[in-house]
Design a binder for this molecule. Sequence first.
Ligand SMILES: Cc1cc2nc3c(=O)[nH]c(=O)nc-3n(C[C@H](O)[C@H](O)[C@H](O)COP(=O)(O)OP(=O)(O)OC[C@H]3O[C@@H](n4cnc5c(N)ncnc54)[C@H](O)[C@@H]3O)c2cc1C
Length: 501
Amino acid sequence: MPAASPDVVIIGSGMGGATIANGLAGSGARILILERGEQLAARPEARDARAIFQRGAFRTSEEWYDRAGRPFTPGNYYYAGGNTKLYGAVLTRFRERDFEAIEHLDGLSPAWPFPYGELEPFYTRAEALFAVRGDGKQDQTEPPRSGGYPFGPVPDEPAVAEVRERLSAAGAAPYTLPLGIDIEQWLKNGQTPWDSFPDTRAGKMDAETAALLPALRHANVTLETGALATRLVAGQGGRIEAVEYRKDGETRRATAKIVVLSAGAVKSAALLLASANDQALDGVANRSGMVGRNFMNHNTTILLAIDPRFRNEAIYQKTLGINRFYFGEAGGPPLGHAQLLGRLSGAILKSQVRLLPEWVLERFTRHSIDWYLVSEDLPHLDSRVTLDGDRVVVHWDRTNLAAHRRFVARMREVFRAAGFPLVLARESGHQVVVHQCGTVRMGTDPATAPLDPFCRSFDHGNLFVVDASFMPSSAALNPALTIAAQAIRVADHIRANDLAA
Ligand SMILES: Cc1cc2nc3c(=O)[nH]c(=O)nc-3n(C[C@H](O)[C@H](O)[C@H](O)COP(=O)(O)OP(=O)(O)OC[C@H]3O[C@@H](n4cnc5c(N)ncnc54)[C@H](O)[C@@H]3O)c2cc1C
């Protein structure tokens, strides 16, 4: 069996894996990154809405299963850079109170093992690494910041500026979204939105562009693509001895001083469970029995606010957010966050509305403004990732739907007050797992959490899990910047404690 013996092996090159590779690159340690996907090649389909949305040209055909045994394709993306290759590049900080216990309609969102202030300097570094463009002064829920954004905001297009005015007049307090997009560069490569469009290194600050490629400029960092990790070999003495992976039709093995698992919340949990052995019958790093449990995702709804007099000539659209109801109103429970979607077109809508012809849908979208409504999902033991033989089973036992529906109803009122008489809303189903998190959570007690607050496995001192899995709660905001900030924090910790000698 071919073998490699770097100092650090990182499994996955998405938000968590690429950012920690970037943070460790300057240490001089020999780092091997195993990525199951390939680098996304530049090709015309990357800006073709029909190819992306109607034909699913970039999606995996892999199937996961729900608890009833029904298969679904999850909308996960396996490339160097992971899911961030198609992300909306909203790079936001969680709010200060998101790190504390908060009572929701359906129960408690638990506290993180450290307060917001602990992560603040790393948020600042993550924003610098991802060249985030933002404002930071408009939103009432904005947490304390030690500095401004590295770059000023992406401008509102005229149609969006009009909507901002209307919403402000209706008391909705819209604010400028923080975005990891070099808008000039993006538009030079095609007049399309970037949200859910794949980035072939054309202006989106995704994990490959902003973190992985700079890391690979260091001679001590190597990337192997087409390398599917299949098992962590847990040895005696609480250490992970090796990582087994498949590449070019053969099984290979990497042994390293440090193993970082960053395969995404579902796949990291699945890999730990699949690595069960005689000493660890329930899976590796799973003395707590919590690996795979506490799966969270967001409750989301796509909402179209329509006014026949309004003309939407925006190209990218995605510059506004609303947190007016984030922590609730009048003493009520937290409801959620709204943000603009990338501009919808007939070609994009056609993937959801099969019955109407594309040209009808196109006319329709010229008068709509398109939103993504997000509410928090709470962790609990029965919402979980398990294995059934080789099958990955994701039983998302969702919570807080009543709060989400209350939020959608409240937003309908807001849009009507802002002069959009017709509001259409569609709630997302269980296959939309784009904000999956929480399956290998951090905590201070090894009996209830697999990871310590630096994402180190309580069971295996040389194993770290650094991706959306570590999150104890999901907040109601996009997760990627929080994953990146924690990855930088963990990289500093590893450099000081594990690679220093
Ligand atoms: C369409 C879309 C829009 C989104 N928009 C936003 C947004 O605007 N803002 C935001 O914050 N978040 C957004 N997200 C979510 C965001 O992309 C994820 O939260 C983030 O990428 C998760 O990071 P991660 O490190 O956990 O996993 P990923 O980024 O998914 O990385 C996991 C990596 O591991 C690799 N991998 C998996 N299994 C193996 C294996 N066995 N061996 C080797 N490699 C493996 C995968 O190929 C992948 O590269 C969006 C996601 C999607 C799909």
